[in-house]
Write a protein that binds this ligand. Structure first.
Ligand code: NOJ
Length: 744
């Protein structure tokens, strides 16, 4: 009897546990369904509508909205962007709590590279090839943004970019799908932390889906015309990686892709993203991009725009007002099924539940927490760490670098030497104090003891006057060493910042020329959010550091590198052209039937008749204060079956006198394939730290996934055949090579 009782109790316990577990697991979908049933069609449509709170506007504000707070109270708004700070988000959330169903608002913001502490622009961080540092950067940004009331960042931008004229090249991870995918993963993990529901997590948004990085001529908002093969091989992988990393949301794109605006593109959103890839989050339009389908000439009015967008899988309307105005009528007219609307609402409500906003709409609105978390010391340290790792040593003749800290004098020259705000680059927020930004001059000043610092601006970024040259020449002549801080205007990259001319302004190259004439050891620092063209400097300056826009800690990070506290290890994530005429230029091109020789006109077939086809600095290039030897490449088999793996090992030895890191890069080429394969594709890399004379063995594993590619039917396949494997320090500096065969 006793045992029957026990069994009965045990069964009760099991039923209870089962209910707890499954109740928990199913609770969000159940709650969403319950809420959906209570919602009127108008309330559902409200959830699909996103307005800007009017600060930091990044596009035209809809004019017919009236008071946005009232719209929130009427339940016409599901999300607000461009309102941050606990004080302000609270006001809007309070308005949402006055709506009939009290559905909390989502606060979205472009938290692109840091929040209160600005980190390097994303392209700069990509040059670190350091996934931990990149993830940390996103983690810090998320922690600060979440403490300031933000639930959702419109990042990471994972658009592959092969055209440095495009202003938004600064916002991505460069040209390579493999590196771009790893960085997309790191950033999503960083933003979302331990998962939605944690108070330091914000929803990530993989954008811009897709093709935006390939706008014709680098012209902003332009058309994209690319083969589906290139789309799948090059442009989609980072999006898939972001999705696999758990990105909660996607943003579509301003551009049309092969004649169909991305916002109204069913193939992209329904077939690929929500279909083949099974994405469970929601898709937001880009700013006004639903309405802009009228300008594209794809639809005739906002009624049709809303119809096309929602049916194509665009869930939320950012600032075009098309959904709010038209969806109810579209349902009444049977042009849009209420089921389609329900599906979009379901996706959005699910995220609000996952963030815990229904339990407590103000859980991101704690003013004390905000005060405690912003600008923490460890955030500043993380910013300095990734900033120094983002710097790329392009050239270092005669070992000008590192500089001694015991010099008598250093001349610091150039328009960027004392700037502060500019060091943040674009897509940074007006949070934090400008005095906390460390200029180049201040960074150097903090690291030298008795060294006398001489300063001359020399010229402005785009000066017409050379009046400052004489002073610059004078102080350079008096100094032991010259550091020149040069570059583009900080807002020459970013949205709507494409340039046809990406040269370092001529006045600055002239100033460099004038200073070189002193014969003094010279280091040129180049600041920009894109690859620039600077042929005179590249040929004549003995040492060049590409320092991008490094954020709050720029000056400290640059000084760390100048004085060798940190040995630079950055590698270019994007090719630097010799001239705009070479663009688009990238390392993973096809060999062609008549591959060009590098020398202009000396060989047939030629490069351009006036220029080599080779870039100025190749993808993966970046020097160190020390030198590395690559030896002893071994592969464990020469023939590989599809299910097998090959192990590749080689040694790297630090043959110089400084400890330093090397990013060893691993490339593959399938020699014969249909369709064609590129001459080289990055398939792995390892950042390795070596003391002088130290040797380490690096191992890469090749599996069939690394050998696979899309065939003409866009299926992922492998093809038997010979592969060349290459290991090196840059895409144009291959040190070891071997080959193997994939057999059927
Ligand atoms: C337009 C930009 O293209 C997008 O990246 C950004 O997130 C939105 N504006 C919101 O600011």
């Amino acid at each position: 009897m006793k045992s029957v009782k026990l069994i009965f109790l045990f069964c009760l316990f099991c039923i209870f546990s089962f209910q707890v577990v499954f109740g928990q697991r199913n609770s969000i979908p159940e709650k969403v369904e319950k809420l959906l049933k209570k919602m009127t069609l108008a309330e559902k449509i409200g959830q699909l509508n996103q307005y800007s709170g009017n600060w930091e506007a990044t596009g035209p504000i809809t004019t017919n909205v009236g008071n946005k707070l009232d719209a929130v109270k009427r339940g016409e708004v599901g999300s607000i962007l461009n309102i941050y700070g606990v004080e302000h988000t609270t006001v809007f959330q309070q308005a949402a709590m006055q709506s009939r169903l009290k559905i909390p608002l989502l606060f979205g913001q472009d938290v692109i590279h840091g929040f209160s502490i600005t980190f390097p622009v994303p392209l700069a961080e990509a040059a670190s090839w350091d996934m931990k540092a990149i993830e940390k950067s996103a983690r810090v940004a998320a922690t600060e943004a979440a403490a300031s009331g933000v639930h959702w960042t419109f990042a990471p931008m994972v658009d592959i970019a092969r055209d440095p004229r495009w202003g938004r090249v600064m916002e991505g991870a460069g040209e390579d799908p493999y590196l771009g995918s790893l960085i997309a993963t790191a950033r999503v993990h960083g933003f979302q932390g331990m998962g939605l529901g944690n108070l330091d997590a914000v929803m990530a948004c993989a954008k811009h889906f897709t093709g935006y990085g390939d706008v014709i001529g680098g012209r902003e908002y332009n058309s994209v015309d690319m083969s589906l093969h290139t789309l799948w091989e090059v442009y989609l992988p980072p999006f898939k990686a972001a999705l696999d990393a758990g990105a909660a949301t996607f943003m579509n794109s301003f551009n049309d892709l092969n004649g169909v605006p991305a916002t109204g593109n069913k193939y992209l959103q329904r077939d690929i993203l929500k279909g083949k890839w099974g994405f469970k989050g929601f898709v937001v339009s880009d700013w006004g991009s639903i309405g802009e389908m009228i300008n594209h000439g794809y639809v005739k009015d906002s009624y049709e725009a809303a119809q096309v967008a929602i049916n194509a899988g665009n869930d939320m309307d950012m600032e075009s007002d098309s959904y709010l105005k038209n969806l109810a009528k579209l349902v009444a007219d049977k042009k849009v099924s209420e089921r389609v609307i329900d599906e979009a609402v379901r996706r959005i409500l699910t995220k609000k539940y996952e963030l815990g906003l229904f339990s407590d709409p103000y859980r991101y609105s704690d003013a004390d927490r905000e005060k405690r978390i912003l600008n923490r010391k460890e955030h500043v340290e993380a910013a300095r760490d990734v900033a120094k790792k983002s710097i790329v040593l392009l050239k270092n003749e005669h070992q000008v670098l590192p500089l001694s800290k015991n010099l008598n004098s250093i001349a610091i020259i150039g328009p960027m030497a004392k700037v502060k705000q500019e060091l943040k680059g674009t897509w940074s927020l007006n949070v934090g104090n400008v005095n906390d930004i460390v200029s180049v001059y201040e960074g150097i000043q903090q690291q030298v003891g008795k060294t006398k610092l001489l300063y001359a601006k020399g010229c402005d970024v785009t000066d017409t006057s050379r009046a400052g040259f004489a002073e610059a020449y004078k102080i350079a002549s008096q100094a032991d060493v010259v550091v020149m801080a040069m570059g583009e205007q900080f807002d020459w990259t970013g949205e709507a910042k494409s340039r046809s001319n990406i040269h370092l302004p001529a006045i600055q190259e002239d100033l460099i020329k004038a200073v070189i004439a002193t014969g003094k050891p010279l280091v040129v620092l180049l600041m920009a959010g894109r690859p620039m063209v600077f042929n005179y400097t590249a040929d004549h300056a003995p040492a060049i550091l590409y320092t991008w826009w490094l954020g709050n800690q720029a000056g400290n990070a640059i000084a760390d590198v100048l004085f060798g506290n940190y040995n630079p290890a950055g590698k270019l994530p994007i090719t630097f052209p010799r001239s705009e005429g070479q663009i688009p230029i990238y390392y993973n091109y096809f060999n062609t039937g008549r591959p060009a020789h590098d020398d202009v006109q000396t060989n047939y077939p030629p490069s351009y008749i006036d220029l080599s086809n080779t870039p100025r600095f190749a993808f993966g290039h970046g020097l160190s204060y020390t030198t590395f030897n690559y030896t002893n490449l071994q592969i464990n088999k020469k023939n590989m079956k599809k299910k097998e793996t090959i192990t590749v090992t080689f040694n790297i030895t630090n043959t110089g006198k400084y400890a330093g890191e090397e990013v060893a890069q691993f490339y593959l080429r399938q020699m014969v394939a249909q369709p064609l394969r590129p001459v080289k594709e990055l398939k792995g890399f390892e950042k390795v730290m070596l003391e002088p004379n130290e040797t380490k063995t690096i191992t890469f594993t090749i599996n069939s996934d690394k050998l696979s590619f899309y065939n003409e039917q866009l299926e992922k396949i492998t093809q038997a055949g010979e592969f060349s494997l290459m290991v090196g320090s840059a895409s144009d500096d291959i040190r070891l090579q071997d080959n193997f065969t994939l057999v059927d």
